[in-house]
Write a protein that binds this ligand. Structure first.
Ligand SMILES: [Zn+2]
Length: 159
């Protein structure tokens, strides 16, 4: 059976001291987000493979995340740019959750190289809410955020 890669699905793996859930695909009106209401204990939620969230999906997401049982500690890891955009725009998107790590789109002006780089929020806080510098793999120059850095890191300052 082939699986449509845009189809929303949740994969869970038990890791020591908690659980990691990996969300995949597109969050839209077809996505089943009821897992939020069933979380237990400490949970990490990887959003790396979330490709897109549409406006129906955002509304469903906010409703679902409010149903996370109290006492559950959850954090988001590996948030890709389409998710970061939502976190920055939509109040309540994270619920009581924290962001631990996220991707930012970086580019080297000299070499035309673009790549998404993984950053931890703790590292950004230590740099005064800025991205730690990343060297271009080709020329060694400093890579820059493809977006406006200050806007992109809004969620770091506000969470
Ligand atoms: Zn370069």
């Amino acid at each position: 059976m082939t699986q449509d890669s845009s189809m929303f699905r949740v994969e869970g793996t038990d890791v020591e001291g908690g659980k990691t859930l990996r969300l995949h695909g597109v969050v839209d009106e077809h996505a089943d987000l009821s897992f939020f209401g069933q979380l237990k204990g400490r949970v990490q939620i990887s959003l790396k493979s979330v490709r897109r969230i549409n406006s129906y999906g955002v509304r469903a997401w906010i409703d679902a995340i409010r149903k996370v049982p109290s006492g559950v500690e959850f954090e988001f890891i590996e948030c890709p740019p389409p998710v970061v955009d939502q976190m920055n725009m939509v109040t309540g998107f994270l619920g009581r959750g924290k962001v631990a790590s996220f991707f930012a789109p970086l580019a080297c002006g000299s070499c035309d190289i673009e790549q998404d780089h993984l950053f931890s929020v703790v590292d950004c806080r230590a740099k005064g809410n800025k991205l730690p510098s990343v060297k271009c793999p080709k020329c060694g120059g400093e890579m820059e955020v493809d977006d406006l850095e200050e806007q992109y890191l809004l969620f770091v300052r506000e969470s």
